[in-house]
Design a binder for this molecule. Structure first.
Ligand code: 5GP
Ligand code: ZN
Length: 149
C-alpha cells in the first residue's frame, strides 16, 4: 500500500494538534520530549485539564503503531502525578476518545488527564449493568479470536 503524506512526514497539514506540536499554533505547554507534548486543554472540563499527544500524527488507538503508544505510556505516570500535585487534586481520570462515535472531535490521538477535586461538578456517567455469563463467554471468545490475527 502506498504511504500517505501523513505517514511519510509524520504530520498532517490540516491537523490542529500537528500544528501545536510543530509550534505554529500556541499552547500552554507543560511537558515536551522527542516524541510527546503535553499542554492545557483550551476548553477545560476541570481546572488543570491536560492533553497529552504524540508529536507524530496518528488518529487514535484504532490507528496507532505500538511505538507511538509506548512513547505516551512512558510519561503518563509522571504527568498524572504532576497534574494532581500542581492542582491540589485528590485523583484523576485518564481518558481517550477513539472515533467520533466515542466523542473524539480532534482526529489526532490525545489522552485527557482530568484531575478530580472534592465537590467538583464534573460527572462521568457510568451506567454499569450485570455481566451476562453467556454473552460474556461469546464476546470473550470473539475478542480472543481477533487477537490471533
Ligand atoms: P476530544 O473530544 O477529541 O477527545 O477532545 C479534544 C479536546 O481538544 C477538547 O477537550 C478541546 O477543548 C481541545 N482542543 C481543541 N482545539 C484545541 C486547541 O486549539 N488548543 C487546545 N489547547 N486544546 C484544543
Ligand atoms: Zn495531527
Amino acid at each position: 500500500m502506498p504511504e500517505t503524506a501523513t505517514h511519510s512526514t509524520g504530520s498532517d497539514p490540516n491537523c490542529i494538534f500537528c500544528k501545536i506540536a510543530a509550534g505554529t499554533i500556541p499552547c500552554h505547554k507543560i511537558y515536551e520530549d522527542t516524541n510527546v507534548l503535553a499542554f492545557l486543554d483550551i476548553g477545560p472540563i476541570v481546572r488543570g485539564h491536560t492533553l497529552v499527544i504524540p508529536k507524530r500524527h496518528t488518529v487514535n488507538y484504532l490507528d496507532c503503531p505500538p511505538e507511538i503508544a509506548a512513547g505516551i505510556a512512558q510519561v503518563m505516570p509522571r504527568l498524572c502525578r504532576a497534574v494532581v500535585a500542581a492542582t491540589g487534586a485528590k485523583a484523576c481520570h485518564v481518558l481517550v476518545n477513539n472515533g467520533p462515535e466515542a466523542m473524539q472531535s480532534v482526529m489526532h490521538l490525545h489522552q485527557h488527564i482530568l484531575p478530580r477535586f472534592d465537590g467538583d461538578h464534573f460527572h462521568l456517567p457510568w451506567p454499569a449493568q450485570k455481566l451476562d455469563s453467556g454473552e460474556a463467554a461469546e464476546i470473550a471468545a470473539a475478542l480472543r479470536e481477533c487477537l490471533k490475527a
